[in-house]
Design a protein. Sequence first.
Length: 95
Amino acid sequence: MSVDLATVIRVAKLARIAVGEDEALRMVGELNGILGFVEQLDEVDVHGVEPLTSVVPTAMRRRTDEITDGGKAGDVVANAPASEENFFLVPKVVE
């Protein structure tokens, strides 16, 4: 697959990117180079290769699943203009 000047200008317009004529010509070569590299990757035989998230084997560190109140209720309401028993107090807005 290759990209021509009209395609670059059309994509730039759809992306709402201001691209001049000289820039568009330069981008044609760059995009064709990128697509050429992707076509090379298609030639690699990957049958039987498991997908990886990392090249180094890692395991997730897990914490114990415990239910707590967080112990931060006082910190949460510390900067509130008005609070009572760790609840925010707000003025009545509907009469």
